[in-house]
Design a protein around this ligand. Structure first.
Ligand code: AVJ
Length: 320
């Protein structure tokens, strides 16, 4: 069994009950997005990926299958470093493409959750003989620079359009951190969902089978467990809207009736009927917004692999 190396997550990145409370009594109420992804949430997300409406995973996978040989040839990585886990199923496509031409590769995963790291290990265990696997527990924005850097060329991996979950300030910081950690031999493979027909986007976050709704509501169970709260999911409904001005999906839990939630050692938080709690944003980038983010971070596009029909792109980036 591989050991997980703990990068000792900074205290100020650990969320406290106090923070949750404060964000729920604000005018714009929210819960931290990453609480969507516990074990059950991650399983529900996999279900979402298989719905006919959710085009993102399918499109990215198709692009990877089509271009993995090309990506590996240009990047020529000795190590693949995946940030924030994601689905190692897609990573496998790249690993296999590399192992076809070279029997020497390291794979490192930096993730905040032990469970995600262990799942990744299980997925990749069968390559153990040819692949050196390193598991790091840490925050992929705060702890990135704590990783030991090798001189050989590495390929950073950030797929699934997770960049879309960050507002501009956080996205900017994240990309800068990666760029600063990169040497001129390194590359960075980034998968991003682009702006497209609004109806297509909206239906991807409002699937008919209701997996997105279950996924969204699951966050209440996670915070209940984590902070000893008693949110009742039957008092909330899933809402996903497209904010044109910000070009982003906003996922909310909207109260169906007046609701209160007791915080240990604190007062109750009261919700009026129709109050909304923001649980996730998912930005849909235009070329200009994306290019500005990349330039500000000192990143340049070495090659782009784009699905024109579904407007999704995978960028192979270098520093400049
Ligand atoms: C995994 C964060 C990229 O934003 O599309 C899917 C998560 N949320 N359906 C996305 C998600 C609702 C997904 N990301």
């Amino acid at each position: 069994m591989n050991k997980i190396v703990n990068l000792s997550i900074k205290k100020n990145t650990v969320i406290k009950s106090e923070d949750i409370y404060k964000n729920l009594i604000k005018k714009v109420k929210s819960l931290p997005t990453h609480f969507l992804y516990d074990k059950k949430g991650s399983k529900l997300f996999e279900k979402i990926c298989k719905t006919k409406e959710y085009y993102l995973t399918r499109t990215e996978k198709k692009l990877l299958i089509k271009h993995s040989a090309d990506i590996i040839k240009i990047a020529n990585p000795k190590e693949i470093l995946e940030l924030g886990g994601g689905s190692s199923k897609k990573t496998k496509i790249l690993i296999e493409a590399k192992l076809k031409v070279c029997k020497n590769l390291s794979y490192s995963s930096l993730d905040i959750s032990d469970e995600a790291l262990l799942m990744t290990f299980k997925e990749l265990e069968k390559y153990k003989k040819k692949l050196k696997i390193n598991l790091y527990k840490g925050h992929f924005i705060e702890d990135l620079t704590k990783l030991k850097f090798k001189k050989e060329s590495r390929m950073f991996l950030f797929l699934g359009s997770t960049l879309g979950n960050f507002n501009n300030k956080v996205a900017n910081k994240f990309l800068k951190n990666i760029s600063e950690a990169m040497t001129e031999k390194d590359t960075f493979l980034l998968g991003v969902d682009l702006i497209k027909n609004k109806e297509i986007i909206l239906s991807a976050y409002n699937d008919k089978l209701g997996f997105t709704s279950l996924f969204n509501k699951n966050i209440l169970h996670v915070v209940n467990k984590e902070f000893s709260l008693k949110f009742k999911d039957t008092n909330f409904k899933h809402v996903a809207i497209f904010n044109d001005k910000k070009s982003q999906i906003e996922m909310y839990l909207k109260t169906k009736r007046k609701t209160k939630v007791k915080f240990p050692g604190r007062k109750e938080v009261l919700f009026e009927k129709g109050d909304k709690i923001l649980t996730e944003i998912s930005r849909k980038f235009s070329d200009s917004v994306l290019n500005k983010l990349l330039i500000d971070a000192g990143l340049q596009v070495k090659k782009e692999f784009r699905d024109k029909k579904l407007s999704y792109t995978i960028l192979l980036l270098k520093t400049f």
